[in-house]
Design a protein around this ligand. Sequence first.
Ligand SMILES: Cc1ncc(COP(=O)(O)O)c(C=O)c1O
Length: 423
Amino acid sequence: MEKLAIEGGVPARKAPLPPNYPGAMVMGEEEAAKVAEVIYGRSPFRYYGPDCQNAVQTFENKMAAQLGVPYTLAVSSCTAALIVAMKALGIGYGDKVIVPANTFLATAGAVVACNAVPVFADVDESLNIDPADLLRVFDDEVKAIIVVPILGNPVDMEPVMAFAKKHGVYVIEDVAQSCGTMYKGSYAGTIGDVGVYSFQMNKVLTSGEGGAVVTRDPRIFERAVRYHDQGIFREKARYGIDSSEEEAAFMGQNYRMSELAGAVMVQQWDKLPGIVSAMKSHNQTIRTALSAAFPQINYRRCSDPEGDIGSNLGMIMASREDAMALTHALVAENINVQLLYGGKPVYMIPQLFHQRTADASGFPFNYPFRNPVVYEEQMCPRAVDLIARTVYLPISPLLTEQDVAEIIDGIIKVGHKTGLFDK
Ligand SMILES: Cc1ncc(COP(=O)(O)O)c(C=O)c1O
């Protein structure tokens, strides 16, 4: 058999795979034309201008129609969307929010931005939050649970929603990485009280920066709109909402989406079905071929395999050393697999682990909680273990049949030569 590239052999692929930016890589004339309309209309702000194209509004309506929810609010990022969502729910100083140990820093950072404190639930072999671990971190200071479907693989929402209902807490779905993911027939992001999306560069769809807040609840929606726009609600007629400023307004910020981003998102949104079906199909082909060669591969568990958008194939290796060895061997073959987040739980990132904020006050971590919030490496032992040994193969929608065949051949070659899947 051929020598591995890592040992000086010929790589399975001559060139690296297409960059893993699904939405960005299919940007083209459609986005350019829409952006040009905004520019030539001299109206890059969503709420007024000499010839406002209402691109953000059009995007919001498209998104709502497809997701089957009455309310979508486009915002400037998913970090913004998380903050807006929590402010809409009234979360603040003295509150705790349950966050999964496997997520991007923004999920926890937004909690801190809302003056609340994150507490961390462990993951299971789906690498998403383990619903069975919620009770361990729950107390009556917890006001919400944020769930995060990592890289397109749906969270098991039924037990999460049952827990939230029983204990009277909100559920926020941070579907930043999982636009298009479904769970038992519903879009991820539409099952909890609020869903938040990211349209940053490396997400499924993108306008460079961008995000959205989604809800079915008119009260939460009104509060979200107000918080994202300095406490104002400019489009009451659009939603048939007639609250009085005197009573309903409160201090907000500016997390508005610009018309330039809106114009891009109007076009990107139409590309979602094509992107998802291509990723799912390539993922399935690769997985079927690998499973035939190595029936023992331990894939990430999935609560609804039909709902996974297929943007990544996660393989859980026997040890962190094996995960590193597989990663190095495949990268040398020009198959760019990776570990997520440096192979560590989010709470191990120094600024979070040390509860360090921009000022020296200690706020909001210094709230006198009845059960103080202390972070320790081993507080979520399965996250520590599983994140370090899960290798993700990104699946671009742009893969050709030849790319797919070379990925399969490369992984099979590495698997046979190293024996890494046999453990
Ligand atoms: C799970 C998760 N939440 C939130 C964010 C933040 O998104 P944004 O960059 O749009 O603020 C990201 C971005 O990577 C993410 O992966």
